[in-house]
Design a protein around this ligand. Structure first.
Ligand code: PRP
Ligand code: 7HP
Length: 180
């Protein structure tokens, strides 16, 4: 698995430090409010688990599964809901937790869908922001790291469902997806 990684972009220690910082910031911003954190399956699971564990206040969690990439490295632009939330979000403070925002198409769709359900507030926390690739403007309230326009894997992010369990964020060797 590691032999398919060209370089480590963000180390395990850097990720964990940033996750703790984000947890402190979110705790401060939502003081006195009930918070529902919505993780997007599957990529955001690792980040979601670490982020919620780093928070020293009660939070409710729910998950939604959407897919736009299929087995490619290019977004199809067509977003499908594979699993919806279990709970109603009406009148609640909702924080969407995402692993990466690339073109922004997935997040734009999720924001539209969830906004229609009448939450008290709706914000986004993304671990990675790949700004150069953005096709649509989406508001990001919390960002872990900006990343360059390279295909990254690890810490939840996959290529063809592999590499999610790498503890760091690394750049996948182009020959790996070229031969796939
Ligand atoms: C990935 C990632 C984001 C989305 C970002 O999901 O987790 O949800 O792509 O891309 P975009 O900004 O260009 O829309 P993917 O569809 O690969 O599913 P996964 O989370 O199960 O890996
Ligand atoms: C989606 C995605 N998944 C894994 N690595 C990347 O660089 C990605 N961009 N968008």
């Amino acid at each position: 698995m590691r032999e398919d990684v060209a370089k480590i972009l963000i180390t395990e220690e850097e990720i964990q430090r940033r996750v703790r910082e984000l947890a402190r910031q979110i705790e401060r911003d939502y003081e006195g409010k009930d918070l529902l954190m919505v993780g997007l399956l599957k990529g955001a699971v690792t980040f979601m688990v670490d982020l919620t564990r780093a928070m020293q206040r009660p939070v409710a969690v729910d998950f939604m599964a959407v897919s736009s990439y299929g087995s490619s490295t290019e977004s199809s632009g067509i977003v499908r809901i594979l699993k919806d939330l279990d709970e109603s979000i009406e009148g609640r403070h909702v924080l969407i937790v995402e692993d990466i925002v690339d073109t922004g198409l997935t997040l734009r769709y999720i924001l539209e869908v969830l906004r229609q359900r009448g939450p008290a507030s709706l914000r986004v926390c993304a671990l990675l922001n790949k700004k150069e690739r953005r096709l649509v403007d989406v508001p990001l309230d919390y960002v872990g790291f900006d990343v360059p326009n390279e295909f990254v894997v690890g810490y939840g992010l996959d290529f063809r469902q592999i590499y999610r369990n790498l503890p760091f964020i690394g750049v996948l060797k182009p020959e790996v997806y070229a031969r796939a």
